[in-house]
Write a protein that binds this ligand. Sequence first.
Ligand SMILES: [Zn+2]
Length: 503
Amino acid sequence: MAAAPLRVLACGDVEGRLEALFGRVRTIQGKSGRFDMLLCVGNFFGSTSETEWAEYRAGAKKGRRGLYSGASGLQIVYLSGIEYQDEPAPAYSFSAKDVEELKTSLLSTPDFKGVDILLTSPWPRGVGTFANSAGEIDTKKCGSKLVSDLAASLKPRYHFAALEKAYYERLPYRNHTVLQETPQHVSRFIALANVGNTSKKKYLYAFSIVPMSLMDPVELVKQPQDTTENPYRKSRKEAQKTKAPLHAEEEPSCQFFFDLNKHQGKKRPSDGKERGDFQPKQAKKPSKTVGPCWFCLASPEVEKHLVVSIGTHCYLALAKGGLLPDHVLILPIGHYQSVVDLSSEVVEEVTKYKSALKEFFRSKGKRYVLFERNYRSQHLQLQVIPVPLDHCTSEDIKESFIAQAQEQQIELLEIPEHSDITQVAQPGTPYFYVELDTGEKLFHRIRGRFPLHFGREVLASEALLALPQRADWRRCAAERAEEAAQARAFRRDFQPFDFALRA
Ligand SMILES: [Zn+2]
């Protein structure tokens, strides 16, 4: 029996900006329905007046450290403040002793498996090890080693932190050693920016979760494809040897919980499936093609002069008759039909190419729009087309796709930002999807016919790139010499971003 998931919002440093926070929460609830709970991490108070705070005080709970388990059955552990080396730790800070006591109280429960949610102010030191880049934040230097130690012991399914004025969602990591220990659930770390920040960094994170105590044990330990090694396995030993340094942060920081049902009406029955529940997938071998394939790198048909980067499992090639000179394709080297068929190591490299291309295009003041059509195509092609940032917003792009889809009776649905195509598409079924470099995705399950050039046509339309004359690639043929020159130029510019060259 599946329990109904709880809908939770997590929020970064509030810094006293309660009006901004609750305004945003109301908007989100207006759009997507009620949430059950709002969790705040990082610096809560800032320097705002008491009155603004007083209004919301009734629905909030706070404390320095402990376990909060409401009627929902969710186990939420929180540790307030910043790391402090010496005893006694001042208010708004925690010491090694606090962390030790918190661990002991939880780990002594019989059959302790982990907690649902961990809230800390600082990031755990080293969280970026084995993971996707945290952007400007150097995860080796930032954050608290005590928090890493706590996270390693408590195995939270979700761990939220703040204080760095940055948003970072780490790839999930595993809590067991493969083939040596029984599989356990994965952990996800999410750092949130400060409320109302001017650079529009994400500070609210919505997710649904079924308390682990109510979950089917098999469901609970399912491993998403992009799961990485545990970042703390090494640092745990080190933490015992070296004394943790003082975090150079002076602002007081606290955790707060808001029960959104208490003051805002009845709980809405939840319908969303928890996003952590991926279908486990067997790694597949590339399949054999029937005829010659234009995209298998080993195939004599492949146009080698268009290839701009070659990794271990994937490569990049300029699109033939591209919409723009830097319209590029991410392609698996072996023969795979769609993203859904990829084995995990290929997926991993696709992800690396996506982030390299994101950085590359961002350095040129552009964002990429990526799409895949798994319909009447043999070999997976992820089409990546850059759009100038000042030309349109990500909302404009999504709206253009949705509107132009509607005109053709195509239902394009926005799927949760952090979910994976493999969760919504079944192997063997045709689909089309668009993805922005922010991770936002629109998905269409193809049931009947589908216009083959839809993605390109939307991008070429007046609303976006305004290049209607280039909508059809067959009319964009270029001389081989010109193609080769464009590929050379791309290779040269992309070089600093190309991980394949450093391997
Ligand atoms: Zn192929």
